[in-house]
Design a protein around this ligand. Structure first.
Ligand SMILES: *[C@@H]1O[C@H](CO)[C@@H](O)[C@H](O)[C@H]1NC(C)=O
Ligand SMILES: *[C@@H]1O[C@H](CO)[C@@H](O)[C@H](O)[C@H]1NC(C)=O
Length: 351
């Protein structure tokens, strides 16, 4: 027995030389906004949709699914990297049921934010409602598997949250009712409070592996550069600084939450730096343009104005960092997923 244990330890040691993930992740469960929405907005009445061409033109079958992308999202690539499945279905799509959702499901809604007022802007699904859907999903899962198996699956599944950009760009910086109520620092704290509460609730519901992505360099989104035309269409540094600050505060809350909760594996899956690197060194990632988007003129088009009548849409999206004026290309998503997988999820293990 003892020698067998030693052998296994040695084996683990040698295998440990190559980056690998120890935990068997049985499902990826997704919350958030358009960065990870795989099609929930198709099922609700909002103007913020993308289930038409040229969206999805590089998705398997060339199908516009409601993903705000020419192809797959970072969460789809992560699911594939865990050896589960190549795409995560949207919870509200009646074409899928619990047998499919048991190995991964998406509750995200394009246009939403931490703040209820953000989801109100375009009548999309508020974050609290995503959690209500998650509870409903847990009930279905417990009926589909038995209780014990469902609980095990939930504790091993990766719960990933990607949200927050809209709170600033669709709400705080365009709505005087929000910006007159909070200073930007206060608003960050308000949002961090909601994030903390959300993570607490996930933990109470049995989630143990949780990742939250923090904010991207949102001042460099093509649409924001367009509004900065008087300043050479440069990135809006103020927005990038707000994102960096927010991520620092979020990291603080994550450390606190980790101390408070037994057995939690919680990470800030930081997307800021890898996206910044792409912007600073486009060539090393094979990009020819990281400022304008592929769709349309690349300056403003997204959602329904990014459609097939637009003659300027690029032919090879892989040369672009951004697909539309607000969202990354599939290529960017695959680089981000690869980065997150190697840098964060390899430390997740079974406890
Ligand atoms: C958002 O709305 C929900 C539902 O009305 C409510 O329960 C929740 O407290 C609100 N969140 C905040 C931060 O006000
Ligand atoms: C398609 O996009 C153009 C601008 O790019 C816009 O004027 C037009 O209304 C859009 N068509 C539809 C059906 O939304």
């Amino acid at each position: 027995m003892a020698s067998q244990a030693i052998f296994l330890l040695l084996l683990a040691h040698f295998i440990g030389q190559v980056p690998e993930i120890n935990a068997k992740i049985p499902a990826v469960i997704v919350f958030g906004d358009s960065t990870v929405d795989s099609g929930n907005n198709n099922e609700i009445s909002t103007v913020l949709k993308s289930n038409f061409e040229p969206y999805g033109r590089d998705f398997p079958g060339g199908k516009p699914t409601g993903r705000f992308c020419n192809g797959r999202l970072a969460t789809d690539f992560l699911s594939e990297a865990f050896g589960i499945k190549p795409a995560i279905p949207p919870y509200l799509d009646p074409a899928y049921d619990i047998s499919e959702f048991a190995t991964g499901v998406c509750f995200a809604s394009a246009g939403t934010g931490f703040d209820n007022a953000t989801s109100d802007v375009l009548s999309v699904i508020p974050l609290w409602k995503e959690l209500e859907y998650y509870k409903e999903y847990q009930d279905q899962l417990r009926k589909y598997l038995d209780n014990e198996k469902a609980n095990q699956l939930l504790s091993k599944a990766l719960h990933l949250i990607s949200i927050g950009t809209n709170d600033f760009l669709e709400n705080y910086y365009v709505s005087s009712s929000t910006s007159s109520q909070y200073s930007v620092g206060e608003y960050q704290n308000f949002l961090i409070g909601i994030a903390t509460d959300f993570i607490n609730q996930l933990y109470q519901l049995g989630a143990r592996k949780i990742a939250i992505t923090g904010l991207p360099p949102m001042g460099c989104l093509p649409l924001e550069r367009t509004t900065n035309i008087l300043f050479g269409s440069n990135c809006i540094e103020e927005y990038n600084n707000v994102a960096k600050d927010f991520n620092k505060k979020l990291q603080g809350s994550i450390m606190k939450l980790t101390k408070e909760h037994d057995g939690i594996q919680l990470v800030l899956a930081n997307i800021y730096d890898i996206l910044s690197e792409m912007i600073d060194n486009p060539n090393s990632f094979g990009f020819e343009d990281v400022e304008k988007a592929c769709c349309g003129t690349g300056y403003i088009e997204m959602g329904y104005i990014c459609n097939r009548t637009n003659l300027f849409t690029c032919s090879d999206a892989n040369k672009y960092m951004f697909w539309d004026s607000f969202h990354p290309t599939e290529k960017t998503n695959s680089i981000v997923a690869d980065y997150l997988f190697k840098n964060y999820f390899s430390q997740f293990n079974d406890r």
